[in-house]
Design a binder for this molecule. Structure first.
Ligand code: G3I
Length: 376
């Protein structure tokens, strides 16, 4: 009788917890509902952190991160404009907190990013001669790389160096130093962070022309005898245009070069895309009418199902190539935080991640978890 009573109380407790969305209790008790647990033999499962998350402003989100993810990427705080605002003056406060966050939770820590044409501080934009730019690169990469040499596990050394046709982007680095800048960037990163994995990271590089450019870039580094360990396919895709064949071919082609592949910034937009835009060029902004923000109140079930279908197809593919894939990182933790609420149109309501605005798992979450649970 006593046992029966105890059991009834436990069941009642569990039901109340479920009703009030106390997902933390449920996840902790139930390992099959943790992404990092479910995929622990396959690849790291990561999330990008913004400054509020690094500062643990919201306890529920912090708990969700601990339970679901075993890798973190700095979404913004390591970008040159923020970490190196004036020549030789570094602001390490947020980056120090970020690596501390990862160490305390025993996570794989990804530094993003050392050399990128965007989010540059004004003093770099003002550089007009090759020597000064070389000096900046050396100071920047050596200072940051060495400071975090024992804490950052992987660096996005160079970000988005190519155009859509695979040619070199006309950034300040390319204009003043030519294509050799990429060799120098990886050489300096290898000197400063000898134990970190070194990645080239870009969007749309599953597309054939841009992929060919990345292959040339990797071969160039390898021929120069400079270390590159992996390529990051960002994975900013749309449920209406998911190109699984191109993604699979890319994973295979990159792996053939002897480098690892990471999916570094995964999110799937569910919103209409002006002019069939693809990728993640932050400079592309459009003004939208109401029809461009169709789910401002809530995500219809039918669209949530399409999102789940897309995530399921992707994760089946990732699992098929788990020997080549080191990490799958989502670009954010829950939908409220995603950059896709403001790109390419500001102020829309997008639903690209696995957790909704209340940190509750969506159908897409259960779908990818169930692939693995059904395989076992
Ligand atoms: O922090 C300031 C805030 O003080 C200010 O009031 C506000 C006004 O605009 O801006 C805030 O900074 C914004 C920052 O995100 C933090 O929210 C910047 O304007 C905004 O440009 C910046 O956007 C980031 C974008 O990169 C540009 O750096 C996104 O959050 C971030 O998700 C996005 O991430 C990039 C990857 O680094 C590279 N691959 C593509 C990906 C998506 O664009």
């Amino acid at each position: 009788m006593k046992n029966y009573k105890r059991l009834s109380v436990s069941i009642a407790f569990a039901m109340v917890a479920l009703l009030f969305g106390c997902k933390r209790t449920v996840y902790q008790r139930d390992n099959p509902n943790s992404l990092k647990e479910v995929f622990k033999d396959d690849f790291f499962i990561g999330t990008a952190l913004n400054i509020n998350q690094i500062n643990k402003k919201d306890a529920a989100t912090d708990s969700l991160i601990s339970i679901q993810f075993n890798a973190i990427t700095a979404e913004n705080i390591m970008k040159a404009k923020l970490i190196h605002p004036t020549w030789g003056q570094f602001d390490f406060d947020a980056a120090d907190k970020f690596v501390e966050y990862g160490k305390l939770k025993d996570m794989y820590i990804v530094g993003h990013t050392l050399i990128w044409h965007s989010q540059l501080p004004p003093f770099v934009q003002a550089i007009t001669d090759a020597d000064s730019l070389r000096q900046f690169m050396e100071l920047h990469i050596h200072t940051i790389g060495q400071r975090y040499a024992s804490s950052v596990d992987s660096w996005d050394v160079v970000n988005e160096a190519l155009n859509e046709d695979g040619s070199w982007r006309e950034s300040v680095f390319y204009e003043l130093l030519g294509e050799e800048y990429i060799v120098e960037a990886f050489r300096k990163a290898a000197e400063a962070a000898p134990n970190a994995a070194l990645y080239y990271n870009d969007y749309n590089i599953e597309q054939s022309q841009k992929r060919a450019g990345v292959i040339r870039l990797i071969k160039k580094l390898q021929e120069a005898g400079v270390r590159i360990d992996g390529v990051g396919i960002q994975g900013h895709w749309n449920i209406n245009n998911l190109q699984l064949d191109a993604i699979e071919e890319s994973i295979q082609e990159y792996a053939k070069l002897g480098v690892k592949v990471a999916i570094t910034e995964l999110d799937l937009s569910v919103l209409p895309n002006p002019w069939d835009l693809q990728g993640a060029d932050v400079n592309q902004q459009f003004k939208g009418g109401l029809n461009m923000d169709p789910y401002a109140d809530q995500l219809p079930d039918s669209v949530g199902r399409l999102l789940a279908d897309s995530y399921e197809q992707l994760f089946r593919l990732f699992l098929k190539h788990r020997d080549k894939i080191s990490r799958v990182t989502f670009w954010g933790t829950n939908d409220s935080q995603s950059w896709l609420n403001n790109w390419p149109i500001v102020g829309r309501t997008n639903y690209p991640l696995l957790f909704d605005r209340n940190n509750h798992p969506k159908e897409a979450f259960y779908r990818i978890i169930s692939i693995k649970n059904n395989l076992d």
